[in-house]
Design a protein around this ligand. Structure first.
Ligand code: PRX
Length: 664
């Protein structure tokens, strides 16, 4: 990111700050606090102070709550930007999530409570059963020759077998790369090729809003471009006819039926990679963030325990798809390491009607519910009547993640879903951080609508200027983290330099989050969104680059720039500025071409990236070095005019032309 963008972002952050004035404060309910892991603000502050005075001692104490095959010799080796946590320690996260609960009092406890989209299918899988199923799946993978260190892509719907596949990889030490089931073939191929995956685990199809998403057919398209893939394992879910290639494609059920139900968990080094997860950057191809085993296991375990204030009898539901980091950390690893009952729902929130989520909560007596602001805004739009029909009194805690939550949505969530009695944990973190970094301790920290409040133990965030100096309370600045934490991503797969440059070079000595924030007089953090060009659609980060590349790949498109425009429902909506190849610059039907391009992007990358609006332009505004100035386009798309700083603009006439295009 250029300094010019940085400073512009900080400036706009300060503007934001003057708009958002929120004075409501909600203290934890006394009854909730009395049973909570942390029961008062004083207690939270005391533990936090201890954790910051000696973070290694704090994290070591936490790590002792997991099972280790071999203890660590040092808690942390840190040489910026390289961290090694629990050095020489050996453990297995599948063992920690499954085996240790499968014996003793939790063996018959439901681990996965799965609700299918159609016809109210429900499956309850106990820890004992999960233990058997992950061992079979692990042996199945081994029977294909998959070994520790191999990369395995997983492109599935939200079935129990997706969680089982992830855990089976962890069990044998294969590095999983889960690819969200909404991505198109070319996005799968890019990710599979980047990590050189040897296998893809998929399904015939998955259910979404009553229709079938043909996963295997999409994988088949990707396979034409992925020579590293030797095996494809296919779960039968919908029963639709699919092509199976002998020797390469295997049915999941046949594979696991043919193997033994016992498979020892591989002792993994604390720093062995656990998974790769791709996320968008501002430029270039998606980044494969690499998470390792020990530190990731410890932080996801501990944050789940404290922030969701887990109790043995909880029915915990995080609505995220396992294809995103939230699903990795807070559907699979964190809650299962705690021995929780995890509810997993296969389908859409509005199928067969708008009250599906609330029916699930009522029927299964969900106690902890964790979702995204974009979903909350959709629920609000659909209308209170869909909520009010259901009994939500089992809920005792609510959470949000993925983007800043506007106070109106927060209040609605609190009143309509939480009945005014449930604490809301607004959790700030990132794919890169692996686990929650900032969130209220629910029995201890008073909440303010729209603020993620205070840091988790051992985490030291700060709001700074470009040189790393803290900005005064109330001012906007860059959110940084001042010291390493256990679940931090260790690198970008195959590109250590990109990791260093992206996260550890903008602000001296600090991890730069890419987010703007301000800290109020009480030390509460208020997130202000990304300071770069990345677009956040429905809580998912999309790089401008990927969408632009897809547009430019269309025969009629010369150049494209995409920006996010605030959108009441999705957080941001994509607006694409497109210049056409000269011979197509006066196409017969511009509206038809707009539709064609939207469809094209959907097909190339996936529906999430579909532009809401396409605007044709003669030229795009660029800097002297040739970089498109998306900041100006964003302004145009949002306000209809450009008044921002244009000093680095190469060709001023481009703005005049853009305005003309706007009017025509
Ligand atoms: O901008 C922040 C926003 O989402 C980004 C991280 O996106 P991703 O890696 O896809 O992970 C999403 C799930 C952890 C952050 O840099 N973000 C996430 N949570 C919040 C948030 N912004 C404000 N408040 C949050 N609670």
């Amino acid at each position: 990111m250029s300094m010019e963008t940085l400073s512009a972002s900080i400036a706009s952050g300060q503007n934001l700050q003057s708009i958002l004035r929120e004075n409501r404060v909600f203290s934890p309910d006394a009854g909730f606090a009395a049973k909570a892991h942390v029961q008062s603000l004083e207690e939270y502050r005391a533990i936090y102070a201890r954790s910051i005075a000696d973070p290694e001692a704090f994290w070591a104490e936490a790590a002792r709550e997991l099972d280790w095959f071999q203890p660590w010799s040092r808690v942390l080796d840190w040489k910026l930007p390289e961290a090694r946590w629990f050095v020489d320690g050996k453990l297995n996260l599948c063992h920690n999530c499954v085996d240790r609960h499968a014996v003793g009092t939790r063996s018959e406890k439901t681990a996965l409570l799965w609700v299918g989209e159609p016809s109210d299918e429900v499956r309850r899988i106990s820890y004992r059963e999960l233990h058997e199923q992950v061992q079979r799946a692990a042996n199945g993978l081994k029977s294909l020759g998959i070994r520790k260190g191999d990369r395995v892509a997983i492109y599935m719907g939200m079935t129990p077998e997706l969680a089982i596949a992830v855990l089976a990889c962890a069990r044998i030490g294969a590095v999983h790369s889960v690819i969200f089931g909404g991505f198109a073939a070319s996005a799968i191929a890019d990710r599979v090729n980047d990590a050189q995956c040897v296998a893809i685990l998929t399904q015939d199809g998955s259910w979404r809003r009553g229709a079938e998403i043909p996963l295997k057919a999409t994988v088949d398209q990707a396979l034409a471009q992925t020579p590293s893939v030797k095996h494809v394992v296919v779960l039968r879910r919908t029963g639709s006819a699919i092509a199976m290639q002998a020797g390469r494609d295997h049915w999941w059920h046949e594979l696991i039926d043919s193997v033994q139900p016992v498979c020892a968990a591989e002792p993994m080094d604390s720093e062995d990679p656990l998974y790769i997860l791709y996320t968008s950057g501002t430029t270039g191809k998606p980044k494969g963030l690499v998470h390792t085993t020990g530190g990731y296991g410890v932080q996801t375990y501990l944050t789940t325990k404290y922030i969701f204030d887990l109790r043995e009898e909880d029915v915990y539901w995080c609505t995220a798809d396992i294809g995103w980091v939230t699903g990795h950390s807070y559907v699979v690893y964190g809650p299962l390491a705690n021995g929780a009952t995890v509810l997993m729902y296969e389908g859409a929130p509005n199928y067969p009607d708008f009250s599906r989520f609330w029916k699930i909560i009522e029927e299964h007596k969900v106690t902890v519910f964790y979702t995204a602001p974009t979903a909350i805004r959709a629920f609000m739009k659909w209308g209170d009547e869909h909520v009010e029909r259901n009994d939500l009194s089992s809920l005792r805690l609510l959470g949000t993640v993925g983007e800043p939550i506007n106070p109106e949505a927060w209040m609605w969530y609190r009143e309509k879903i939480g009945g005014g009695r449930c604490p809301i944990v607004d959790t700030w973190w990132q794919t890169e951080t692996g686990g929650i970094m900032v969130a209220p301790m629910p029995g201890a920290v008073p909440t303010k609508p729209g603020s993620a409040t205070l840091p988790f133990f051992g985490i030291e965030p700060d709001v700074v200027d470009r040189s790393g100096n803290p900005v005064p309370a109330g001012s906007g600045g860059l959110l940084v983290i001042r010291r390493p934490w256990p679940s931090m991503a260790r690198t970008v797969y195959g590109d250590a330099e990109r990791y260093r440059k992206t996260y550890w070079s903008d602000v001296p000595g600090c991890y730069f989050t890419g987010d703007g924030a301000r800290r109020d007089e009480d030390g509460y953090l208020w997130l202000m969104g990304r300071v770069d060009d990345v677009i956040n659609v429905s809580g998912h980060r999309l790089g401008t680059m990927e969408v632009e590349s897809a547009l430019v790949a269309h025969a009629k498109v010369a150049e494209a720039a995409v920006v996010g425009r605030p959108d009441a429902l999705k957080g941001q909506a994509i607006v694409a500025f497109v210049t056409l190849e000269t011979e197509h610059s006066k196409p017969e039907s511009l509206p038809a071409l707009k539709d064609e391009l939207k469809q094209w992007v959907t097909q190339e990358i996936g529906a999430l990236a579909r532009p809401e609006e396409i605007r044709f332009a003669d030229v795009l505004p660029k800097t002297r070095s040739g970089k498109i100035m998306r900041r100006l386009l964003r302004e145009l798309a949002t306000t209809g005019s450009i008044v921002g700083d244009t000093t680095t603009l190469e060709d001023f006439s481009s703005l005049a032309k853009l305005r003309e295009d706007e009017e025509s």
